[in-house]
Design a protein around this ligand. Structure first.
Ligand code: SF4
Ligand code: SF4
Length: 243
């Protein structure tokens, strides 16, 4: 979209200018961006519709708010934070991306992310796939039983559910029980082999959180609170988040 070099010379004050300043190390200014391109070279989204994280930062700094908000770039970032790790100045580009996302009206954000967040808000499973407690319990019990019946050495394999006081509370991306239930088995085998004291929960078990990617702070917090409560209610010590 913005394949051309940004032309400097028509600098204007944009609302993201102040945001950019807060993303810099203490006392920093934009001259601290060395335009070294380390962020760009390590970014998995670089090149998608001309995306370049260095350019996003520069556009915000130049007050090109309208162009940034109209582009799809903010929605292509995976929030992986690689750019921060490689940046010699530790500039927090994903935070800028998050701020850009939150400026778009909620109902105009990408439908896939929006629908997944809304689905997760519908029940205490927090499943973006809409999997219910009953579905989840059934799949876990069914797959575990099949392993016990068919796989030598795992006749006693357990996949505990709502085990109070277990040390580890394990969650699971709900895509797995819904579409690829066998993918849950390897982790069960590891946990059983090392005799870990673990459990799934019937509530708050879905690991994904699309409300984060939607930049919907209120819904994001709600999902986290439901999940954290599920861990606390079972009295588990450690929350193993697989996402
Ligand atoms: S890695 Fe940091 S200093 Fe280098 S271009 Fe990117 S934001 Fe600027
Ligand atoms: S956080 Fe976003 S901008 Fe930074 S490297 Fe990951 S995808 Fe690229």
């Amino acid at each position: 979209m913005y394949d051309e070099a940004i032309k400097i010379g028509w600098k204007k004050k944009g609302r993201f200018m102040d945001t950019v300043k807060t993303l810099l190390p203490e006392g920093g200014n934009l001259d601290m961006c060395l335009t070294c391109g380390a962020c760009t070279s390590g970014c998995p989204a670089t090149g998608l519709e001309g995306l370049d994280p260095r350019k996003v930062l520069r556009m915000a700094a130049l007050g090109m708010d309208e162009e940034l908000l109209a582009s799809n770039w903010p929605w292509m970032c995976t929030m992986c934070q690689r750019c921060i790790y490689v940046c010699p100045m530790k500039i927090d580009i994903p935070q800028l991306v998050f701020n850009l996302r939150s400026c778009r009206p909620r109902d105009q954000r990408p439908k896939g992310i929006l629908g997944s967040c809304d689905m997760a808000l519908r029940s205490d499973t927090c499943s973006a796939m809409g999997a219910s407690e009953e579905d989840w319990r059934f799949v876990v019990e069914d797959v575990a039983e099949e392993v016990r019946q068919t796989q030598a050495g795992f006749e006693n394999l357990q996949a505990p559910m709502d085990k109070e006081g277990a040390y580890f509370y394990l969650n699971q991306n709900s895509r797995e029980p819904v579409t690829e239930p066998d993918e849950m088995i390897p982790l069960w085998k590891i946990l059983n082999t090392v005799e870990a004291d673990w459990t799934y929960g019937s509530k708050g078990w879905a690991a994904e959180n699309y409300c984060l990617f939607l930049a919907d702070n209120e819904s994001w917090e709600h999902i986290i609170r439901v999940k954290a409560k599920a861990v606390d209610d079972l009295g588990c010590k450690v929350w193993l988040n697989t996402e």
